[in-house]
Design a protein around this ligand. Structure first.
Ligand code: FAD
Ligand code: MLT
Ligand code: ZN
Length: 483
């Protein structure tokens, strides 16, 4: 397990659960949604990476906003700390308890409330699994504006609470643009109905944005209204090899100019990432003949006219080949081949888990010097670790992953604070899309000025004066603990 949690103390102002609390929760939620079973608690206490583990004794599964409101109101009055949990696929230790916080999971709130086929606006409960929403929208001729490797278990409430980016942000933008409304329950049980379905609404402060990306520290998201794009029929995927990082950058610039409105993903991985996925995931193979390729780029285009899209993409690939930007490439001939290309990129987080321990850094950096960090890290760590890089190049988002047989303080000391200082020096972000969670709560100052962090602390205090919502996460511990 990682060592982040060992550095903090349980807030002594929080109460511990007693039998009266359990009886109260059973009264509100019914016996079977008040879970004390050890096996289920072990799952709820352990994060996806198996890096963080809490010791919660209770998992609550409300079925309605009213139930969420009642249990939060009670927890607040009793000073019982809580952790909102979705699909528990978060990568920064934000979704699991640090100590004995009560886990609240809205997975039973998984209904689609409405879908407007004219505007493409979907309203649903926060516990809907992303993949189920994608499947539902497919039947309506629409898609979700976000897609990510964890779609099979992450919930839309979790996606919103992390402001998840994912694979299509380059085309459809972030959830700050696509989420039109939210219903949120505050720590004291108040329900905020901000569930608008309007694209334009300039009446006062747009408070929903406070909750998008707030990682469960300001309220529990119970309903979401989201703008969904139409499902266009002409989707093409190319898997390309580049000889160096400079060529990847030039390829991106060319793709923006030459593919323009049909570009829907621009992802990259380096050769060590490719080796890792080939070695650790069954059924994955490199579509390009073995060679000493240094980088791979996956480009997806999405348009409404197959002939137009194909012609555009083929002309782009010919141009890129002629200009020496790509050394080899394959264009998917059918949907199965397209999926097999995507599997290489989407399988990377799982391959890293299979390889052993992984130190994950999710950075926004200026694209031109992003890869210098990867090379510097390799020199720093030498033989002690495998440094692999991949990410959403089109968004300037590098996933720097350091794979080792097990977690070791001596390796961590070589990585941090170096990686954060480097990012800060280049005016990057230490969390592009995964959030701060427990892992980076104390590192926020690398990306945000002190007065901005203090204003965040004041907002947290105003909305959650006792600090019961996801304590020890997001904000530095000095600011987020209640007093
Ligand atoms: P959880 O992990 O359960 O929780 C995440 C945070 O949100 C926690 O702080 C939690 O307290 C809070 N939370 C959850 N539900 C609610 C709610 N209803 N109300 C208030 N707070 C809540 N992330 C990306 O951005 N882009 C990617 O491409 C991407 N790919 C991934 C691929 C894999 C294989 C994995 C394992 C993870 C990936 N992630 C990615 C990270 C993760 O999937 C996302 O952060 C996802 O949005 C989390 O959703 P979840 O339902 O699992 O939330
Ligand atoms: C991804 O893009 O694959 C995800 O953000 C997960 C990761 O960084 O490993
Ligand atoms: Zn990502």
């Amino acid at each position: 397990f990682g060592s982040d949690a060992t550095k903090i103390q349980r807030n002594p102002l929080f109460s511990t659960l007693n039998s009266e609390d359990i009886s109260y929760f059973k009264g509100v939620l019914g016996e079977k949604n008040v879970i004390q079973d050890e096996e289920r608690l072990l799952t709820a206490n352990t994060d996806w990476m198996h890096k963080y583990r809490g010791s919660s004794k209770l998992l609550l599964q409300p079925r309605s906003t009213e139930e969420v409101s009642q249990i939060l109101k009670y927890c607040n009055s009793r000073s019982l700390a809580v952790v909102p949990q979705g699909g528990n696929t978060g990568l920064v230790g934000g979704s699991v308890p640090v100590f004995d916080e009560v886990v609240i999971n809205v997975s039973l709130m998984n209904n689609i409330i409405s879908f407007d086929k004219v505007s493409g606006i979907l309203v649903c409960e926060a516990g809907c699994i992303l993949e189920n929403l994608i499947t539902f929208l497919d039947t309506q001729g629409y898609i979700m504006p976000l897609d990510l490797g964890a779609k099979g278990s992450s919930q839309i409430g979790g996606n919103v609470s992390t402001n998840a980016g994912g694979l299509r942000l380059v085309r459809y933008g972030s959830l700050h643009g696509n989420v039109l409304g939210l219903e949120v329950v505050l720590a004291n049980g108040d329900v905020l109905d901000m569930l608008g379905t309007l694209r334009k609404d300039n009446t006062g402060y747009d408070l929903k944005h406070l909750f998008i990306g707030s990682e469960g520290s300001l309220g529990i998201v119970t309903k979401v209204s989201i703008l969904t794009p139409p499902k266009l029929s002409a989707v093409n995927v190319a898997f390309l090899a580049c000889k160096d990082y400079f060529s990847c950058q030039k390829l991106l610039v060319e793709a923006k100019w030459k593919l323009g409105e049909i570009l829907s993903a621009f992802e990259f991985l380096d050769n060590l990432a490719m080796d890792l996925v080939l070695n650790h995931l069954e059924g994955v193979r490199n579509p390009l003949p073995p060679s000493l390729h240094s980088f791979y780029v996956l480009i997806e285009t999405t348009g409404s006219d197959e002939a137009y899209s194909k012609e555009k993409l083929e002309a782009f690939l010919l141009h890129a080949m002629g200009a020496g930007l790509i050394t080899d490439g394959a264009l998917a001939q059918d949907i199965n081949q397209a999926s097999s290309f995507w599997l290489i990129r989407e399988g990377l987080p799982e391959a890293l888990m299979k390889a052993g321990a992984v130190y994950k850094y999710d950075l926004s950096l200026p694209i031109e010097n992003m890869y210098n960090l990867v090379e510097e890290m390799r020199i720093r760590l030498g033989e002690s670790a495998t440094v692999v890089a991949y990410g959403h190049l089109g968004d300037g988002n590098l996933h720097l992953n350091i794979s080792t047989p097990q977690y070791e303080d001596k390796i961590l000391a070589q990585i941090e604070p170096y990686v954060y200082e480097w990012t800060s020096k280049h005016r990057g972000s230490i969390s592009a899309e995964h959030g701060l969670g427990l892992m980076k709560a104390n590192e926020i100052f690398y990306s945000k000025p002190t007065n901005v962090v203090h204003l965040m602390g004041s907002i947290k205090k105003a909305l959650d004066p006792k600090g019961i919502l996801n304590p020890y996460k997001v904000l530095p511990h000095s600011l987020s603990s209640s007093s």
